[in-house]
Design a protein around this ligand. Structure first.
Ligand code: GLC
Length: 812
């Protein structure tokens, strides 16, 4: 077997020569890209950065080097790799990993500098080609667990299951339904020692991931066509993988703060009076809320970008009035354009004039049946078409709509058994970085929804360059977090769907989509019981996106529908979310920097729970909101049986009482009004006075709830919540730490970064876990007043606003 090594980087001639000489390790050569060929196949291995390996394989020449998922700067980056030849294998080394490529079999093994295997091909048959598609096989160690793939059903761990990547309008999907709306070919693997790696297959075709289901101990993945182009992210731990993935595919831009508020939706509030009623009731009942949705019935005959003037006669007035109540409106704008020539329907007319629609193989426009009846479909893989699409938002934006909802973008087609368009439908790729060419729907299907939301996002940015767009999309692909938030589609009003939402949202977060939610209360099925809707709201209050939404044929599902007693419980949880807004918002800001999801599996913060063999951090249902709050819903939510909560380590605090727990586990009785939440010892959590909307400025002091423990820290982040002024310095960032010792606690306030002026007039420090019988406090050496509550074991200290380095010394 011939094995030629060639460098596609700078030192081609040298590498050629060394390959011919069969170099020894001592004669390692530094390359930007390693290239080998055998039997007509080509392989290229590069390291976009030292801890990420990229592998491309082609059957006849390397595949096109282009991507919808990976950002250009990451895809084209290379870091030097030392390449040596030990006779059997080419040995490729970076400071963070080493890859061995067997010269005759091309079996690839990636290890870390300590020799621990990150990811290795199976011993034999590691790559098969069949019918234009391929399957790669990696060994699955017994102690490895797999996460990611977006909101696929099943438990948190993908091990033992297999999934299809094919965006699907999965209305009424069951607890193990697959495929669903999104395809995110990214997996995070973690073993029981806490080693973690990532694997991204950058291929848009119908694909699959099989975690030892069809072949024992084998992780196989592949696609029906397209390039073999995958990345191995070397970790070494799960947080590092999340950051590496964000570096490759981009982090979600910081959302407007209002997107973190409570959102009320329904298919549909059929007219202006209904929508105003909802707004009035939210305010009358003092249910904090930020967003109302307008689903398809506001439109004229379901035609996107039209309004039925009888139902909604004056959008601008409506939106202005609602804004006066601190409520914003998100409008649905599906991507199917009604096939309505000569009807004065401008999306069709301008689209037709610009020849923007997808084609049948005979060059006619492809027509499919969706909500408006026959419809045509924009070709979002042409950047000029995305520009045209983005321009369609000018009118609704000018009227005052705050955000947009891109639904049905798998794309969903009603009349066909496969629920989508024929695979031969013709797309045109006209995109910087890609060769201009036609592409079949087989290739473009899985990215179609993402490109739809990209057109929307980028269009909104052009219309209002200093306003953070909010786009909600149903279908997407790896990297889609750069353009839109998402939700898990048409779930059902069942306890099992509520339970399922937790691993779905956690895995979406690990797959880049930090902003993810589900239809609170359930979309389809029969109406939720009062208890189910209440629990759903309690859990949703700790999810990144918090939207109550329900299908058209179902009864009302707003917070108040089951009477005062249920409403009071629900209100308390929604209020708590608003009190936690400073914490939530700082998580969103962190997500925008490094991809860290807002909602996290426990093992992301506490990798040793994997070693303990816990179900990835306590029960399968536990999750973290940020690094500090652990939410522990009942494990059998509908049953009144007591259940155990396992906490990673001792000394946690009960969030609601603020009291410190004695051990590392508690027994919970699932009273309907209690959602157990615990605080990490060492957390400093900012909370604000209650407001009814993020549009309302809180009054008074910012509370800093301090829960002493190891690595005690908190971070404040604030900006105007809506514009990009934070990129120009109008933000506030401040680190606060605390240390316990010598019978006291010392809090250190760092200096403030940024020049944004906060709303608060001071800090209220609430120190938890104080058991001594007296207390004193000194701010920078000067005594300050302390109020001790022995029953709640708290100290409360009112301070002025502190913006420069300061020390608060608390002692007995
Ligand atoms: C789809 C969406 C759902 C929406 C409906 C009408 O089923 O998933 O959320 O309400 O279409 O637009």
């Amino acid at each position: 077997m011939r094995h030629a090594v060639r460098n596609t980087g700078a030192v081609v001639g040298l590498a050629f020569a060394l390959a011919a000489l069969a170099i020894s390790p001592a004669l390692a050569v530094s390359l930007q890209r390693f290239h080998a060929a055998r039997d007509g196949q080509d392989i290229e291995i590069s390291a976009p950065r030292a801890d990420i390996l990229r592998v491309r394989i082609g059957r006849s020449g390397l595949p096109e080097d282009a991507s919808w998922a990976v950002v250009d700067a990451a895809r084209t980056a290379t870091t030097p790799i030392d390449v040596a030849d030990d006779g059997v294998a080419s040995v490729l080394t970076t400071p963070a990993l080493q890859a061995r490529l067997n010269k005759s079999t091309w079996r690839l093994t990636v290890v870390d500098p300590a020799g621990h295997t990150i990811l290795a091909d199976t011993d034999s048959g590691a790559l098969d080609f069949h019918n234009g598609g391929f399957r790669l096989r990696k060994a699955m160690p017994v102690d490895a667990h797999y996460f990611g793939l977006g909101d696929k059903t099943g438990g948190l761990d993908r091990r033992g299951q297999a999934f299809t990547l094919w965006n699907t309008d999965a209305f009424g999907y069951g607890e193990s339904g697959d495929p669903l709306y999104k395809s995110i070919p990214f997996v995070l693997g973690a073993d029981e020692l806490g080693h973690a790696f990532g694997l991204l297959l950058d291929n848009t075709w119908r694909g699959f991931f099989d975690f030892g289901k069809s072949e024992r101990d084998t992780l196989s993945f592949g696609a029906e066509g397209g390039p073999i182009d995958y990345y191995v992210l070397a970790g070494p731990d799960a947080k590092a993988v999340v950051k590496q993935y964000a570096w490759l595919t981009g982090a979600a831009p910081l959302a407007p703060m209002w997107a973190l508020g409570f959102q009320q939706s329904r298919y549909s509030y059929k007219n202006e009076a209904e929508l105003r009623d909802i707004a009035d009731r939210l305010r009358a009942d003092r249910i904090p809320a930020d967003v109302l949705y307008m689903d398809i019935d506001y439109q004229d005959r379901n035609r996107p970008f039209t309004v039925n003037p009888k139902a909604y006669p004056d959008l601008a007035k409506l939106f202005a009035d609602l804004r006066g109540m601190n409520l914003r409106v998100v409008m649905i704008t599906d991507l199917h354009v009604a096939d309505a020539p000569n009807a004065g329907y401008s999306p069709y007319d301008t689209g037709k004039a610009g020849n923007v629609f997808l084609k049948n193989p005979d060059c006619s426009d492809y027509v499919g049946l969706v909500w408006p009846g026959n419809a045509v479909f924009p070709d979002f893989s042409r950047s000029s078409v995305r520009d045209w699409w983005g321009g369609l938002y000018a009118g609704f934006h000018a009227a005052g709509a705050a955000g947009f909802w891109n639904d049905m973008n798998e794309p969903a087609i009603f009349q066909r058994r496969d629920r989508t368009m024929p695979l031969e439908t013709v797309h045109h790729i006209e995109e910087p970085g890609f060769a201009a060419r036609t592409a079949s729907h087989s290739e473009m299907h899985n990215v179609y929804g993402m490109l739809n939301s990209r057109g929307t996002y980028e269009g909104l940015l052009k219309i209002a360059p200093d306003e953070r767009p909010f786009v909600l999309t149903r279908a997407s692909f790896a990297g889609g977090q750069r353009y839109a938030a998402t939700w898990s589609g048409d779930n059902s009003s069942t306890w099992n769907h509520l339970k399922l939402s937790i691993p779905q949202l956690i895995n979406l977060g690990l797959s880049g989509f930090g902003y993810a939610g589900d239809d609170i209360g359930g979309y389809g099925g029969s109406a939720p019981s009062p208890e189910l809707l209440t629990r759903w709201i309690e859990i949703g209050a700790f999810n990144p996106i918090f939207r109550d939404h329900v299908a058209t044929d179902k009864p009302r599902q707003e917070v108040w529908v089951h009477g005062l007693e249920q409403e009071a419980i629900r209100r308390r949880y929604i209020e708590e979310r608003y009190r936690l807004m400073p914490y939530l918002y700082s998580l969103a800001e962190e997500n925008s920097r490094n991809g860290m999801p807002l909602m996290r599996p426990v093992f992301l913060e506490f990798p040793d729970v994997l070693a303990k063999g816990w179900d990835f951090g306590g029960t399968m249902d536990q999750f973290m909101l940020g690094a500090d709050l652990l939410v522990a819903p009942p494990s059998a939510m509908e049953s009144p049986a007591a259940y155990g909560v396992r906490l990673p380590g001792a000394g946690w605090y009960d969030y609601w009482s603020g009291l410190r727990l004695a051990g590392a586990a508690t027994e919970e009785i699932p009273a309907l009004d209690r959602m157990p939440v615990f605080v990490r010892p060492g957390a400093i959590i900012p909370r604000q006075p209650l407001v009814q909307s993020t549009g309302e400025t809180p009054k008074g002091a910012l509370e800093l709830a301090v829960y002493p423990g190891d690595s005690c820290r908190g971070e404040l982040y604030l900006d105007d919540g809506v514009s990009f002024a934070f990129q120009r310095g109008a933000f506030l960032r401040q680190k606060v730490t605390c240390a316990s010792g010598q019978g006291g606690v010392t809090m250190t306030f760092g200096g403030r970064e940024g020049d944004f002026k906060p709303w608060w007039n001071g800090f209220t420090i609430v120190l938890h876990g104080w058991t001594a019988s007296n207390a004193t406090a000194f701010l920078n050496g000067l005594a300050v007043n302390v109020v001790r509550d022995p029953r709640m074991q708290t100290l409360t200290i009112e301070l002025p606003d502190i913006s420069s380095l300061s020390v608060l010394q608390i002692g007995a």
